[in-house]
Design a protein around this ligand. Structure first.
Ligand code: PLP
Length: 381
């Protein structure tokens, strides 16, 4: 399948609508459906003196290649500005990346980022002798942190604290120490931040969040400009068998076309909520990188293209959170974030080191006035 090139001068909306599309051809569907295939028809066996490379040749088996993956990989890769390798979840992508790097040296991972990354590193890597250092998103990023590291994984904005670190500066320090830098870009999405343009080597993300945004699928990806790394990851995916389903891949591509619209509304809602809640008597420690008074705002403004729809704040305790959820008509309690529905998650229930009343609020695509009115009413109840 031939995929058209995107014009680098196009805006986000145009790029999202056209990312991954096929060159027009008479009679072909405007949007091709998913390809479901385990085996594909084989051609004649390659001559003995040629070097058959299934990755560059025709598809032969569904674990090694699928045209629907390639459409989505082309679309996401275009938005990230690199070569995308699709995985069945964010954790499948992160674990493939950390395993690859652990073969070459130590790892630096966020102490305050998504908890499963730390759990994976502890269960599968440090327990087998790999050096894993945990560093908070805001540092301290001393020289010692980078020593002996093969990979530094940043998460910015971090989940759930929404702390921000300087991708360009930390990439320069890591490169000077011989380490590669990966950025977990789940919270920002490729429209919110382009880590590869800021000097990072790798983007990794859960695509169950804003990128696809309808709370109906789990996928993940890695994007990089390092062709060797992309090929190693593809080979590892084929051998480990951790592959995405064609239907989810198709659904994700379909959802991606509205990313610009969804993110714009989510950010509008996050801004409206942040303004309404900042000085609310029941709310403490509200953070949203788009807020001019947020400690991370200056840095976020420098490196982010948009601030997204996720904010966090604290209510008095778990009971106050439960009362809020029970009283709201629009906000539901659910983990994950970035969907069209507004959701809240009390992160202490998952073991994050945050106060019991700490709320991660994912602003959806409801009308801003309805959402703010509902949240204020629920807080007053
Ligand atoms: N990275 C971040 C920042 C996340 O929030 C998540 C999931 O919530 C993941 C990675 C893992 O992604 P997945 O749930 O798709 O495996």
């Amino acid at each position: 399948m031939v995929v058209s090139e995107l014009d680098p001068d196009w805006g986000d909306g145009t790029r999202c609508v056209h990312a991954g599309e096929s060159a027009p051809s008479r009679g072909a569907p405007l949007t091709p459906g998913p390809v479901f295939a385990a085996p594909y028809h084989l051609g004649p066996e390659p001559a003995a003196d040629s070097s058959p490379d299934p990755a560059t040749g025709a598809d032969f088996y569904g674990r090694a290649g699928n045209p629907t993956w390639r459409v989505l990989e082309s679309a996401i890769g275009d938005l990230d500005g690199g070569e995308c390798v699709l995985f069945p979840s964010g954790m499948a992508a992160i674990s493939a990346l950390l395993r690859d790097a652990a073969a070459r040296g130590g790892l630096v991972i966020p102490s305050d980022g998504y908890y499963a990354t730390r759990s994976f590193a502890a269960a599968e890597l440090s327990s087998r002798g790999v050096s894993v250092r945990e560093v908070a998103t805001t540092g301290p990023w001393t020289e010692e942190v980078f020593r002996g590291a093969a990979l530094v994984l940043l998460e910015t904005p971090s989940n759930p604290g929404l702390e921000v670190c300087d991708i360009a500066e930390l990439s320069a320090s890591a490169h000077a120490a011989g380490a590669m830098v990966a950025v977990d870009n789940t919270t920002a999405s490729p429209l919110g931040q382009r880590p590869l343009e800021l000097g990072a080597d790798i983007v990794v993300a859960s695509d169950a969040k804003a990128l696809t945004g309808h709370s109906d699928l789990v996928l993940g990806h890695i994007s990089t400009r390092d062709a060797g790394l992309a090929q190693r990851l593809r080979d590892a995916r084929t051998l480990s068998g951790a592959i995405a389903g064609p239907f989810e891949s198709w659904l994700a591509h379909r959802s991606l076309s509205t990313l610009d619209l969804r993110l714009a509304r989510q950010a509008e809602n996050a801004a409206a909520l942040a303004t309404a809640l900042l000085d609310h008597p029941s709310v403490r420690n509200l953070r949203w990188p788009g807020l001019a008074s947020d400690p991370a705002h200056a840095l976020a403004r420098r490196q982010m293209r948009r601030f997204g729809g996720v904010l966090r704040f604290e209510l008095a305790d778990a009971a106050a959170f439960d009362r809020f959820v029970a009283a709201s008509r629009l906000v539901v309690e659910a983990t994950s974030f970035g969907g069209v529905h507004s959701t809240v998650d009390r992160r202490a229930r998952w073991g994050d080191q945050v106060p019991p009343g700490f709320v991660r609020f994912s602003a959806g695509c409801e009308d801003p006035a309805d959402l703010v009115a509902d949240v204020l009413a629920a807080l007053a109840a």
